[in-house]
Design a protein around this ligand. Sequence first.
Ligand SMILES: NC(=O)c1ccc[n+]([C@@H]2O[C@H](COP(=O)([O-])OP(=O)(O)OC[C@H]3O[C@@H](n4cnc5c(N)ncnc54)[C@H](O)[C@@H]3O)[C@@H](O)[C@H]2O)c1
Length: 371
Amino acid sequence: MKKVLVVGGAGYVGCVLVEELLAKGYSVRVFDRLFFGRDHAGEFLDRVELVVEDMRDFNESHVEDCGAVINIGGLSNDPTAEFNPKANEELNTHASIKVAEVAKKAGVPRLIFASTCSIYDRGVGEEVRDLLLDEDSEVDPKAAYATSKLAAEQAILAMADDDFVPVSFRKGTIFGFSARMRYDLVVNAFVKDALMRGKLSVHYGGAMWRPLIDVKDVARAYVMALDSDADLIRGQIFNLSAGNFRISELALRVQRALQDLGVQAELDVDFSYRLVRSYRVSGDKILKTLGFQPRVTVEESVAHMVEQIERHGFTDFSHPRYYNIEWMKLLESAVETVSTHGYVLSKPEWGDRGLEGERARLLAERARQGS
Ligand SMILES: NC(=O)c1ccc[n+]([C@@H]2O[C@H](COP(=O)([O-])OP(=O)(O)OC[C@H]3O[C@@H](n4cnc5c(N)ncnc54)[C@H](O)[C@@H]3O)[C@@H](O)[C@H]2O)c1
């Protein structure tokens, strides 16, 4: 079977997707800067080829022998895009277009780009425009993240021809357990809040709509698109959503699912309002075209998540690595320290002195001074 290159394959979606690809018999090359470290990807690292590079430096050697590229790399939410709009545009638009151009030029027949349903955002309070949106709906995103994804999507899909089949998945907000866990996604955040402090925090009365889908279903959709008839998907956009939920309903469903597991949590609702993301989308096109139907319910996903969080010990809930924006900020500040000193704790020229050796050296020094 052909090799699949997964750009961003060590991320939240990537860790689940790579396992799914391996289980289906694909060989996999993961291309990732490993922003979130390599520990979480440890379970599959010995079964994939790993390329630790920046997608801005993408070139033909990276797609050698590959039958398909899945690009899920770059910045993955609004806060990180707004934290560094320049990097966001470089990664989510320009580098993503470059990945597609390189793949096409090298003769890779298929590429799936990770877009987002936040492209459909129309904001809470705009009820007259509160419609179920599909892939043909007019979109006019304002936020940096969605704008960067739309620009890439348009350029990549325009590359479609007889020999190159680009596809864009506009994914709803994803939930579920991944070995590279994120607690900054709404369902995962509810579970984390419940386990950490017995409360689910619901903002703005929970009035916002979100399309949602479990991460295992997302991985299945990718594999389906790799296997499907090229003529069905060439240059197409597909929404990935298992359904639309108001955040308030979602909180109640998570609360009940947790209750069934013996985890009690109160709802902590604030009723202040401001313009926040809200949109409802249809997942019908991929069902009608490929027969793809999401399988995992919110309740099943919550039960699996609680069990896996415990098993993997991801109970250090405040650790910044679970929150993309916290982690990016931390890495940026670490760069400052490193560029000043060249190190954080381990001083390079002290590197080969073991603790024992150092203690002996200090004792000898003291003895000399005492004599
Ligand atoms: N998680 C969601 O709810 C969701 C919803 C819609 C769309 N998406 C999109 O799906 C994709 C995957 O999302 P995720 O949740 O797995 O995000 P993630 O942040 O967990 O993973 C992104 C991966 O990309 C890698 N990466 C970042 N910059 C890179 C660079 N310059 N070079 C190489 N690798 C780089 C990171 O190291 C990370 O492993 C993203 O494109 C995101 O925008 C995600």
